[in-house]
Design a protein around this ligand. Sequence first.
Ligand code: SF4
Length: 425
Amino acid sequence: MTASVHDLITLTPKDSCNTKLAAGPWDFDTVPGYGPGSSQADRLPDPVSRPGQLPERYQLMPEAELYERIVAAKATLGEELVILGHFYQRDEVIQHADFVGDSFQLANAALSKPEAKTIVFCGVHFMAETADILSTPEQSVILPNLAAGCSMADMADESSVETAWEEICETYGVDPENITPDAEGKVPILPVTYMNSSAALKAFCGRHGGIVCTSSNAATVLEWAFQRAHRVLFFPDQHLGRNTAKAMGVPLEQMPLWNPRKALGGNTAEQLREAKVLLWHGFCSVHRRFTVDQITQARAADPQVKIIVHPECPMEVVDAADAAGSTDAIQKFIAASSPGDTIGIGTEVNMVNRLAAQYPDRTIFCLDPVICPCSTMYRIHPGYLAWVLEELVAGRVNNQISVDAAVSVHAKVALDRMLAAKPKA
Ligand code: SF4
């Protein structure tokens, strides 16, 4: 029997991921791994941000008291404070945010508040690093829980990328530290990193003529890169790289996967010479959960359903959807839909639920029947937020994210290149 859309969106608790992380992330702060949730099975790389424990009184505080304390601390700190909340953040935290957006929108939001001495970033580690790079020297950036990393960002570390770069450059017969353009004015390869990466990798791109991209501007950035290079090394998300390059007409056989654990990434020298985009072997644990089967089921339940997914989803899922786009594009897609429409979304569930609440005259549901939030984002519990804010009121800055100046200067070069890259007229 075919399920109705109502069946697809009416889920019982057994359909949820382990919810322990939502209630008490501090129980997992010192446990190796990312904790219960969608990225539970991820290999914990080294190094990864490690936390301090939240003082016990905040762990035991009732939700209502945490709420009151956060509101009171915010009022005391006034214009000196700005709280940023990522779209994927839980509602108990988002309700206190001054700005809600994707990682880059939030970094820009911080820039728009130079009077705020402190930026509290309710997102994950790489986002707080980017905010620190783009903020003024007078501003400090706080990540309420240092264990809020990103499993995808952690899949590409600096030393693996440096090693890959040396191997790749050797294959092309060029000096990895000094690549010069050929007669066509192009270098053989250029690095492109997704925003979801460490500051060290953004700096790597800055030093090697490369650039940063977001899920909103990946095609523009690749266009920029192909004007300057015959091929790119794209990290850490293979899916965003593949989906974007495929839409630009790059054949799949020219997009080999680079597995950092294998010699030449698991490729032959010939494959590397033929390549247009070398895709790092990374993925988002949340978006990897979406499948073509889920889309097939949604269409069987309602042939009129519209499906939009994030480009971090696997290629087959993007191909089966009606549209694919960044969190911002998903919001615009919903805003442009009509009352009565049914829309299945392939992205993180907190954002989907918020859109469903915002548009009650539409049926909006998450394609994944097992409700899994971004488990690393979930590490920011209101207890951590209350703690860092009350510490600020007491004149103490806890959990500051401070990118080393030598890294920051190069990372900013790659970020500035992204800002200057313009879509084709
Ligand atoms: S949703 Fe995926 S890419 Fe985004 S922060 Fe979570 S793990 Fe990282």
